[in-house]
Design a protein around this ligand. Structure first.
Ligand code: KG4
Ligand code: ZN
Length: 350
């Protein structure tokens, strides 16, 4: 089965062609346009601007993903020819279209969902609506044998918008164990990064800076590390860091120290509660997803526990992308008519 998948929940516009063959998920193309640079100048995402950028990017990104899936070079064609060729490829070779229908920014989501519905209607293909959060976890199925991942497993989503822990007994039988009560882990990293004048999004730069620290000098509290639940809270850490930044003169070394202390405070609580969940629910497999899983220090902290199998996606499938939407669709998607699908910005876990 071959799928065109579309992701437009925030500031990335993604399209991908993904295939299931011999029990494996293969990505034939994965194109992403991002308006991240524009949001860097405002220090965060302005939803209206993100939606406008989605509109500009969506068709070119779909056309490019379609052509690349056949190893055709986009630059070989005149633009009107490109679209008719892409349309023909989609018509002849794609079995269904998958699209993120939530959660996310309403304006951004609508662009992807309505484009997918139009394609579904005009090409007469079924539509597979996908929960963006579950797709972050299912990014781990890419390039793996589907049956290699054994139930039950714990799923940890750590992204710019979400921090959630789930236990999966099967694809359709999962339980949400807890999540952030305020800021997500990535959001805290980005906001603290802004206090330090780091480029947006701050995760990669914070990781580089933290790695330079060999003798940690400061320490921030790990929020809720002692609470007997699976919830998180990162807004207090932001306030603590802000107080520290205001009462100290920043230089590059101190910024590195703050990055180290921030990561440690966030990662210690993520790792502790995830290990607790693995134990309580009798799981020895952990699937991590979301942009923060690109952080090697966090992954090393998990991988120290040799009795659990820790899976994380390749970096290009960890941050927002359409291949993970296709992966979920191929592993556990439900085909619908375009008439049944609507954007749902508030979507969470059923
Ligand atoms: O999953 P994602 O692309 O978007 C959402 O669905 O939210 O995650 C983006 C987040 C940003 O907060 C970014 O700072 C963080 O992932 N991130 C990282 C790293 N790379 C990206 N955080 C820590 N270390 C990294 N290397
Ligand atoms: Zn995401």
């Amino acid at each position: 089965m071959r799928i065109l998948s579309i992701e437009s929940s925030c500031d990335e516009t993604g399209a991908s062609v993904v295939e299931k063959k011999d029990g494996k998920i293969k990505v034939l193309s994965n194109i992403i346009a991002t308006s991240s640079d524009m949001h860097a100048s405002t220090g965060g995402i302005i939803p209206e601007n993100a939606a406008r950028e989605q509109i500009k990017a969506i068709i070119p990104v779909i056309v490019e993903a379609t052509l690349q899936s056949k190893n055709l070079d986009n630059s070989d064609f005149q633009s009107d020819k490109k679209w008719s060729l892409a349309r023909q490829i989609l018509k002849d070779e794609i079995d269904a279209i998958a699209v993120t229908f939530g959660p996310g920014l309403i304006g951004s989501l609508i662009v992807g969902v309505e484009t997918a519905k139009t394609l579904s209607y005009s090409l007469e293909k079924s539509l597979i609506p996908i929960n963006h959060l579950l797709a972050h976890i299912y990014a781990n199925y890419i390039d793996r044998d589907i049956d290699e991942i054994k139930f039950p497993f714990i799923g940890l989503i750590v992204s710019g918008g979400h921090t959630d822990l789930l236990c999966f007994k099967s694809h359709n039988d999962y339980k949400w164990l807890g999540g952030t009560r305020d800021d997500a882990a990535g959001e805290a990293i980005d906001k603290i990064g802004r206090m330090l004048d780091l480029p947006y999004p701050a995760g990669p730069d914070m990781e580089k800076r933290a790695k330079k620290v060999t003798a940690p000098e400061i320490r921030f509290q790990s929020p809720m590390i002692g609470s007997k639940d699976y919830d998180f809270s990162f807004s207090g850490l932001k306030a603590e860091t802000m107080r520290f930044v205001k009462s100290n003169e920043l230089n590059e070394d101190l910024k590195d120290q703050i990055c180290y202390a921030t990561q440690k405070a966030i990662f210690d609580v993520l790792v502790k509660k995830t290990l607790d969940a693995l134990k309580e629910y009798g799981c020895n497999t952990l699937l991590i997803g979301g942009g923060v899983s690109a952080n090697q220090t966090l992954m090393e902290q998990f991988k120290k526990n040799s009795d659990i199998k820790v899976l994380s996606p390749q970096i290009k499938y960890a941050t927002d992308n359409a291949a993970m939407i296709g992966a979920y669709a191929l592993v556990n998607g439900e085909e619908k008519s375009w008439k049944e699908v609507r954007s749902n910005p508030e979507l969470y876990f059923a």
